[in-house]
Design a protein around this ligand. Structure first.
Ligand code: B12
Length: 220
């Protein structure tokens, strides 16, 4: 019986790594039906799977479609496992609260959505404000949602200036020390991030998770 259930966990892990979106949910259900606690399934099957997806992407073995499929398969399994977790009254320990959005004037949201999915997969609570988000909206939402971190995406050389404006507004409102700020998007560089006074920069959705983890740890 034990072996049978650990085999089920392995099947779930493989389904996420291989981005089999239709299979990860049913496999999560099967693992639950075998009597495993949801938290154990998340910790033993899902988290290692998404970490492996990230590793394969960083190693250049996975391309964007595989990364997206992995994140989607993870999402499908987590929806079922989190509902089961809620029913038991247990909660998954949050890695931190992140307010994310694409800055004002910019409607590109594919990369931002990917960052949001990967953060969720890594147990962050994500408040996604969408795209073309006004500068003051980021600050308002961060205060309201008691965020640890504000994540700003920009895909245009013109709109990346609005990342700087969010940081300036935080400063002028006396809130700069309350939130960490992470920036990213194709035209954004580590150098630019430093220049505008951001706390962190990530080149990819996988890096975004690592940077978010370290920034939240520093804050806590
Ligand atoms: C798809 C696309 C569009 C789609 C957007 C659809 C959507 N829902 O997002 C549409 C067709 C609507 C579009 C419109 C426009 N686009 Co466009 N678009 C692109 C394109 C082809 C791909 C962008 C993309 O999705 N990449 C895939 C994602 C996964 O990558 P990514 O966004 O870089 O995100 C990754 C990282 O950057 C990082 N990341 C992203 N955000 C964040 C945030 C944080 C906090 C962190 C840590 C990391 C991080 O992680 C992500 C995943 O690894 C790019 C060209 C290119 N190759 O980049 C042009 C491009 C960005 N667009 C461009 C332009 C000019 C426009 C328009 C102005 C065109 C026009 N004249 O109307 C409009 C802009 C309208 C507006 N106001 O925003 C230019 C920008 C030039 C510049 N340097 O400013 C580009 C570079 C094309 C080009 N070569 O000219 N576009």
């Amino acid at each position: 019986m034990k072996q049978e259930t650990s085999e089920q966990l392995q099947l779930l892990t493989q389904a996420i790594i291989q981005g089999r979106v239709d299979e990860s949910g049913p496999l999560a259900e099967k693992a639950l039906a075998s009597g495993r606690p949801p938290l154990e399934i998340i910790e033993k099957a899902c988290l290692p799977a998404i970490e492996e997806v990230g590793r394969l992407w960083e190693a250049g073995e996975y391309f964007l479609p595989e990364l997206i499929a992995g994140a989607e398969a993870m999402k499908a399994a987590m929806a079922i496992l989190q509902a089961a977790l809620k029913a038991t009254g247990q909660t998954l320990q949050s890695a931190g609260r992140v307010v994310i959005g694409t800055v004002e004037g910019d409607i590109h949201d594919i990369g931002k959505n990917l960052v949001a999915s990967m953060l969720r997969a890594a147990s962050f609570e994500v408040i996604d404000l969408g795209a073309d988000v006004k500068i003051d909206k980021f600050v308002e939402a961060a205060v309201e949602e008691k965020a640890d971190l504000i994540a700003l995406s920009a895909l245009l050389t013109t709109t990346m200036l609005n990342q700087k404006k969010v940081i300036e507004l935080l400063k002028s409102s006396g809130l700069r020390d309350r939130f960490r700020v992470m920036v990213g998007g194709a035209p954004v560089t580590e150098k630019y991030a430093r220049e505008i006074g951001a706390d962190g920069y990530g080149e990819s959705a996988v890096q975004a998770v690592a940077v978010a983890r370290s920034l939240v740890q520093i804050r806590r």
